[in-house]
Design a protein around this ligand. Structure first.
Ligand SMILES: C[S@@+](CC[C@H](N)C(=O)[O-])C[C@H]1O[C@@H](n2cnc3c(N)ncnc32)[C@H](O)[C@@H]1O
Length: 246
């Protein structure tokens, strides 16, 4: 499957409406995908591009441990890591320091909500914004916040977030497989919205281009940002982007 260093022709949320034709284009450009088992990587990651995944949206129970306790939540088909906490996400949640206790926090690409919910549980006085292009992810994250009795979580499409908001902490397992250009646009949409003194923590699989992503971040972000590799755990790196305090 393509990672960060792979093809740069992925469809971003701005192109969601063209998802079907985009996938069809790939079949045409890479006809062998349509012919054999290689079609599966495309289908497996289709939810990355799809605002409305195929098939019925049927919620099913999901029991996971978040912020040190067992939580009874809901999940569904047609989303990322539907049956539990992704390995990269688990590394991020285990390794990052506590989020800012107050202010605005952000999860870019929330899925069913493991990162946003953990932020909200660990920082009950902060407001957590969770964005995703997949409408099931938005519904599940909002629903899971309600199941946990959290009233400080708002999941929405990226476009619905007030562009003037600034974020004290960003945590994300970003959608690397959307392709390089789309990933760059996504990060340039959100990282400049860090508040002074704020930090973004991104977990990226080493073999999906974490080191080249780090180099790119250093190149494109202005001098008010510093980019560092905070840790390497299993096959993942955690990158930190810090915005200087004034
Ligand atoms: C690697 S998954 C992480 C999901 C979840 N945070 C977790 O840890 O399980 C990345 C998520 O980003 C979403 N996504 C893809 N393109 C996006 C975009 N342009 N803006 C926001 N989210 C996007 C995908 O739908 C997917 O849910």
């Amino acid at each position: 499957m393509a990672g960060y260093s792979g093809r740069s022709d992925g469809a971003g949320y701005s192109k969601i409406k063209n998802m079907r034709s985009s996938l069809a284009d790939r079949m045409v450009r890479f006809p062998m995908w349509a012919a054999g088992p290689l079609i599966w990587p495309v289908m497996e990651s289709a939810h990355y591009f799809s605002a409305s995944p195929a098939g019925p949206f049927t919620r099913k129970p999901l029991t996971v441990e978040l912020a040190g306790e067992t939580r009874n939540l809901q999940t569904s088909a047609g989303i990322f890591s539907p049956d539990g906490i992704d390995k990269g996400t688990a590394v991020l949640l285990a390794d990052v320091p506590a989020p800012a206790p107050q202010g605005n926090l952000l999860d870019i690409g929330c899925g069913w909500g493991p990162i946003a919910l953990t932020m909200a549980l660990r920082a009950p006085h902060a407001r957590v914004y969770a964005v995703d292009v997949n409408e099931r992810c938005i519904a599940l994250t909002n629903g899971n916040a309600a199941l946990l009795g959290l009233d400080n979580v708002t999941a929405s499409t990226p476009e619905a977030v007030d562009p003037d908001l600034r974020f004290d902490t960003i945590w994300s397992n970003p959608p690397i497989r959307i392709g390089k250009d789309e990933l760059h646009s996504l990060l340039l949409l959100w990282l400049p919205r860090l508040a002074p003194g704020g930090s973004a923590w991104l977990v990226v699989q080493k073999n999906l281009g974490s080191d080249s992503l780090q180099r790119w971040l250093v190149e494109v972000l202005d001098d008010s940002f510093t980019v560092s590799r905070e840790s390497t755990s299993k096959a993942f790196r955690i990158l930190r982007v810090r915005k200087a305090s004034r």
